[in-house]
Design a protein. Structure first.
Length: 161
């Protein structure tokens, strides 16, 4: 009985294409491919997902026109809030994010959850001095949050030129 199942498994795998063109296909490419007797499945994913599974994404120029490409580098952010009270910290982080965006709409904000902490970080600064200058502006605009704010080293998103 076990060998019959193994033969069935091998027999099912025999349908997998082994020609030179399909060897470089990712699993997403195989799922998206069409063929007789197959249904239609369409996977739409971010390019970062494609890169993580081993193949760069295929960009559709009409979908991505005007969208800037970003790269990740080492840089600085300002941590504005960190809380581990599960009942209120999430709301607090998002409320403070809205407050900061109302005064500094151009600055990037990042609310993250890493158990058990909710954190709000702002900015994508390439230099410590840029982060320090913004920290001073944030402290003057939000004096009640001043004691919580600190500059942290982190991977940041920078527009690729």
């Amino acid at each position: 009985m076990i060998s019959a199942q193994a033969n069935l498994f091998i027999s099912d795998d025999a349908d997998i294409k082994t020609d030179k063109d399909s060897l470089g296909e990712s699993i997403v490419d195989r799922i998206n491919s069409s063929g007789s007797g197959k249904g239609t499945v369409r996977i739409i994913q971010d390019d970062s997902v494609s890169e993580r599974i081993g193949r760069p994404g295929k960009r559709n120029s009409h979908l991505n026109s005007g969208v800037a490409n970003y790269i990740e580098i080492s840089g600085w952010r300002i941590q504005v809030f960190s809380g581990n009270n599960q009942r209120i910290s999430k709301n607090e982080a998002f409320t403070k994010e809205v407050d900061i965006k109302s005064v500094f709409p151009e600055i990037g904000t990042y609310v993250t959850y890493t158990a058990p902490f909710w954190r709000l970080k702002v900015g994508d600064f390439q230099t410590y001095q840029d982060a320090r200058n913004m920290l001073l502006k944030l402290k003057s605009s939000f004096p009640s949050l001043g004691k919580e704010m600190s500059i942290i080293k982190e991977k940041i998103q920078v527009k690729q030129e």
